[in-house]
Design a binder for this molecule. Structure first.
Ligand code: T4K
Length: 403
């Protein structure tokens, strides 16, 4: 309603109410320069559509004064995202970590959960916050994801779930993990923080598992500044998740469970609606950069790239390379050389979660249990990839590696 009113004002040729903001934007200093006077290239930069496209959403929020607690943008984004992603039931969250914690609670996971040591720390932290013991299993070197054989070998009478990660958006072996879970009556939660829009055999990857959890952090392919979501299998599961993210309130006077405050606010949801208009184009840009790196680094000494996975439609969220430890000082030396050239690659995921102080004394964290994850963590370097990265900047990255 209010947005329609705003459009009308513009249609009537009234003065450009955002002109002053535009002028101020034009006066902003350029992006930060690196050590040699070159612009620093970060591992990622957020997708930011023109600010003028965001202002009408803000005007609407100001007018309605509905800032959070399930406002109209929240409802609209849940519906549009579900349609965009090809899923039926999706609950928005303030961030991906709260969504992970809530998914585990909603599925009543307890005791032990088998998980990967090769991920962002939030994966295992979400277990610890729920008093669930993480049991680390080794990964498959080709995909960086949990190896189903190692998962099966890690099951004990206390295991109640598998918390797997689609690392870099590459699909886990969902068929094998699903079969193990069915056989052993385990829940499966996919940490799909990297897997926005990813398809597996033509269908949304998010349809696998009892729940799949997305992150909409600023560094992700699609973002709401901070944000996240749980993809639920049915309306009942979404209803339960919706209670849990709102302190457990079923209505004004009924508290169903010990919930948390995990709600996404209206400004975040508005950003999501705007992102949806740009995200397909942004993924196309990422695909072009991915293709450029693959061509430019093919056959480069000391550098290996992860092979594309058959039947997988990727989102190009990361561009990981594996650096041979015997090549010119290995990954650490290359990381330092790139920093000198103002290229800030990131060692996602080093150190392993299992090496962190709160996990390293667990029996499953023993180095001999996780040799493949350890080898990956020692070699990995993620290169800059984001929609605004220019061809000459990607070339700068390649030159810094090969030069
Ligand atoms: N599960 C997995 C598998 C995850 O990867 C993550 C998050 C989660 C769960 C948890 O989801 P959330 O609770 O975060 O929704 C970043 C992100 O903070 C984190 O969301 C992400 N994974 C992780 C892989 O990366 P940092 O500490 O490396 O981010 P930071 O601040 O160093 O940013 C990296 C680069 O991005 C910067 O050098 C510059 C650029 N950047 C970053 C921000 C925040 C910008 O240009 N603008 C920005 O606003 O963790």
């Amino acid at each position: 309603m209010a947005r329609a009113a705003l459009r009308l004002e513009r249609d009537r040729g009234e003065p450009d109410r955002f002109g002053r903001v535009r002028d101020e934007l034009a006066r902003l200093p350029p992006r930060p320069a690196g050590g040699r006077g070159e612009e620093t290239l970060f591992v990622t930069r957020p997708l930011l559509p023109p600010l003028t496209e965001f202002l009408p959403y803000l005007a609407e929020i100001w007018q309605s004064r509905q800032l959070t607690n399930g406002g109209p943008f929240h409802a609209q984004l849940e519906a549009e995202l579900a349609a965009h992603l090809g899923v039926e039931h999706l609950a928005l969250f303030a961030n991906g970590t709260l969504a992970l914690m809530t998914a585990l609670k909603a599925l009543a996971v307890e005791g032990e959960a088998i998980t990967t040591p090769y991920s962002f720390v939030a994966t295992a932290h979400s277990l610890l916050w729920n008093n669930i013991t993480p049991v680390f299993a080794d990964v498959d070197s080709a995909t960086c994801n949990l190896d189903p054989e190692r998962v099966a070998a890690a099951i004990t009478p206390r295991t109640s779930a598998i918390l797997a990660v689609h690392c870099y958006g590459a699909p886990c072996d969902v068929e094998a993990i699903g079969a193990i879970a069915r056989e052993n009556e385990l829940k499966v939660i996919y940490d799909a923080a990297h897997a926005f829009g990813v398809k597996h055999r033509g269908q949304s990857l998010l349809r696998h598992g009892d729940m799949a959890v997305l992150s909409f952090h600023a560094t992700k392919v699609f973002h709401t500044f901070e944000g996240g979501a749980i993809v639920c299998p049915d309306a009942d599961a979404k209803r339960r998740v919706d209670f849990l993210k709102n302190f457990g309130f079923a209505d004004e006077v009924t508290i169903e469970d010990c919930g948390i405050n995990g709600k996404m606010n209206e400004v975040q949801a508005a950003m999501g609606l705007l992102q949806l208009k740009h995200v397909d184009r942004a993924i196309e840009r990422r695909a072009a950069i991915d293709a450029f790196y693959r061509r430019a680094l093919a056959g480069a000494p000391g550098i290996e790239m992860l092979a594309p996975i058959p039947g997988h439609t990727p989102n190009y969220s990361y561009f990981p390379i594996l650096v041979d430890p015997a090549w010119r000082g290995g990954r650490e030396a290359l990381y330092a050389r790139l920093r000198q050239a103002s290229v800030h690659g990131r060692r996602y995921f080093y150190p392993l979660i299992s090496d962190m102080p709160m996990y390293r004394d667990l029996p499953s964290a023993a180095p001999e249990n996780l040799p493949r994850a350890r080898a990956l963590a020692e070699k990995i370097l993620c290169l800059p990839i984001y929609p605004d990265l220019e061809a000459h900047e990607a070339q700068r990255v390649v030159d810094a590696i090969t030069g």
